[in-house]
Design a protein around this ligand. Structure first.
Ligand code: NAD
Ligand code: ZN
Length: 380
């Protein structure tokens, strides 16, 4: 039994003390896991745009001081009361939305919106006792989406941990714990394009390009990438994107540009930007009669979706999804196997690597729109 079981662990964590201010690497105390909780050692984490939104807190409720981070891979250090599925040494991917396996959603084949563990961005505490497991000199530091992976050790509800093949390299498969599964699933599980169809992808970051990868795997014949950042276009070619539209190059709305390119609209669209204008365009650019648009980007908290109801009456469908409709515990181990069997490439999403001590540089890269995913090596 590891000597740290039932003990408070002191380790390094990157604490966001205030909105938009650089994270500070602090020594934090991480309490032992309680009922249905697991304490894990994070080996690799990456940065997703959702971390940046909640760090900036411009369009989201501020919860500080907080330990951000939700895309990661780690190893179980110890388990709390009632945890039978996991044991120390197991390799896991923490996920921002959970699966209790007991509620109506978990029992439904259609939903991954677990009643108990669905994403909650405003909660900074564990659900068992409404307290934080992180502290500095007795002062609590809040959690983020139940994962807080910018810490060498973190405590996560067992329902938010996917147990994966221990042979899978955690420095690669960590990107499946959020962005890549989200984009891939948004296309494969929700948009479901038919072979030979046309698909528009709004936002060519890692999430959008994973959605494009889903379109390529589905046999889409045209994959139209839309982004305001022209630097993304070169990168996107590796992901099967066949045509590019930069809304800045056109005077008319991008949905009209796409309708002209596709004889009335695309068969499917997937929005991965988080911007309300792009969400509306992504919906309005699908073909009437059969088009389906899927929203993935996390919106500003006050955003309102405005479109003519006629766009729906004309038989366009609007959908949205968290985590690509995957159930974290039931489905993610097999997505990891797709990587192991070389059916899914993850290396091309990983454009940067940094030691934990330089985590703020990963925020700079994301803000500048440079690269896709940056892997942060913990313990360095
Ligand atoms: P990213 O910043 O790497 O990529 C976003 C891209 O969108 C950028 O290239 C940017 O230039 C582009 N963009 C921004 N506004 C645009 C507009 N109006 N029109 C066209 N392009 C525009 O971010 P990411 O990590 O790939 O995440 C993408 C989005 O997905 C974010 O909103 C993130 O919060 C969200 N997300 C959602 C889920 C989910 O489960 N629903 C999970 C992960 C991430
Ligand atoms: Zn559930």
């Amino acid at each position: 039994m590891p000597s740290t079981t039932n003990q408070v662990i002191r380790c390094k964590a990157a604490v966001a003390w205030e909105a938009g201010k650089p994270l500070v690497i602090e020594e934090v105390e991480v309490a032992p896991p309680q009922k249905m909780e697991v304490r894990i050692k994070i080996l690799f984490t990456s940065l997703c745009h959702t971390d940046v939104y909640f760090w900036e807190a411009k369009g989201q409720n501020p919860v500080f001081p907080r330990i951000l981070g939700h895309e990661a891979g780690g190893v179980v250090e110890s388990v709390g009361e009632g945890v039978t599925d996991l044991q120390p040494g197991d390799h896991v991917l923490p996920v921002f939305t959970g699966e209790c396996k007991e509620c109506a959603h978990c029992k439904s084949e259609e939903s991954n919106m677990c009643d108990l563990l669905r994403i909650n961005t405003d909660r900074g505490v564990m659900i068992n006792d409404q307290k934080s497991r992180f502290s500095i000199n007795g002062k609590p530091i809040f959690h983020f989406v139940g994962t807080s992976t910018f810490s060498e050790y973190t405590v996560v509800h067992v329902g938010c941990l996917a147990k994966i093949n221990p042979l899978a390299p955690l420095d690669k498969v960590c990107v499946l714990s959020c962005g890549i599964s989200t984009g891939l699933g948004a296309t494969l599980n929700v948009a479901k394009p038919k072979k030979g169809s046309s698909v528009a992808i709004f936002g060519l970051g890692a999430v959008g390009l994973a959605a494009a990868e889903g379109a390529r795997i589905s046999g889409a014949s045209r994959i139209i990438g839309v982004d305001l950042n022209a630097n993304r276009f070169e990168l996107a070619k590796k992901f099967g994107v066949t045509e590019f539209v930069n809304p800045k190059d056109h005077t008319k709305p991008v949905q009209e540009v796409i309708a002209e390119m596709t004889n009335g609209g695309v068969d499917r669209s997937v929005e991965c930007t988080g911007h309300i204008d792009a969400m509306i365009s992504a919906f309005e650019c699908v073909h009437d009669g059969w088009g389906v648009a899927v929203l993935v980007g996390v919106p500003h908290k006050d955003a309102v979706f405005k479109t003519s109801p006629l766009n729906l009456l004309n038989e366009r469908t609007l959908k949205g999804t968290f985590f690509g409709n995957y159930k974290p515990r039931s489905d993610i181990p097999s997505v990891v196997e797709k990587y192991m069997n070389k059916e899914l490439e993850l290396e091309k999403f990983i454009t940067h690597e940094l030691p934990f001590s330089e985590i703020n540089k990963a925020f700079d890269l994301m803000l500048k729109g440079e690269g896709l995913r940056c892997i942060i090596r913990m313990g360095e």
